[in-house]
Design a protein around this ligand. Sequence first.
Ligand code: PEP
Ligand code: MN
Length: 338
Amino acid sequence: MIVNMSSIATVEEIDHVIERIQECGFQAHVIQGTERTVIGAVGSSDRRAELQALRAAPGVEEVIQIAHPFKLVSRQLRQRSTVVSVGGVEIGAGDLVVMAGPCSVESREQLLQTARAVKAAGADMLRGGAYKPRTSPYDFQGLGVAALRILKEASDETALPIVTEVMSEADVEIVAEYADMLQIGARNMQNFSLLRKLARFKRPILLKRGPSATIKEWLLAAEYLLAGGNANVVLCERGIKTFETATRNTLDLSAVALVKELSHLPVIADPSHGTGLRSLVSPMSKAAVAAGADGLMVEVHPCPERALSDGPQSLDLPGFAEMMKDLGSRRLREMMAA
Ligand code: PEP
Ligand code: MN
């Protein structure tokens, strides 16, 4: 339920409504707008009718049912788009944020070379997997803590904030020690105990969409983070499983546009995992920007043919610079046309 307070409601009237919501067994989430206060009542209790009765309380303008099962992530509750700040980079504030780097951190040289090149090409954040979720147990599993240290060194040198995946609850503390943003991988989107633990960490989260997750399931996974106290959440569309086999996944850009309507959270797109094909990364990046994405996550490797994971979808260093130039000149054209 959403309780819209009148624009002239007093502090006492607002406090009274919060008290009544809590008394009825719900959590009260207060959103202070420029003109009025909105209070979201979320949770489950059989005293819902009493919330509806708050219509009669002083200072209340209306009480509305939230149409979707996700509440705190819903744009119905918070109309203004959320901006998530990661080490000084603002995601959702209007400028396209590009996160780039290798699928896996393989060595100090590989990462530093990539970090310097993506920085020079205009990337805003550095990505790189330290703990890798691989389909086969015989594939490269990541360098773990050694990779985290290398990421930190590259971040200190380039001033690019780091985003890296945390795969298990046991690794949250160590990854949070090094990373500016914690990535929840597609395979872990519905790992509810991991979501609950990350909600208690006040570190920004990048929540990837599960390969078989509906938009509702994805937004409900984000709801776990917000309900647990972490509002710094960015969503990432990374492709879903369909009947198509020509691409690794199907990058669902309609989801980007729809989630921007349904939720106030920033949304980025990952055309690397979304297509699995290097040649599609640049065109689908442009398409994602046109669909309203707040940012991009792109895999880049100094020598994709030698990559220990995801080489076929990785851009090489000149390829990434080319893509950034292309995006930049597009942005310039848009500005000139506006
Ligand atoms: C990754 O970003 O390297 C990754 C493993 O992505 P996803 O979880 O989307 O497969
Ligand atoms: Mn990858």
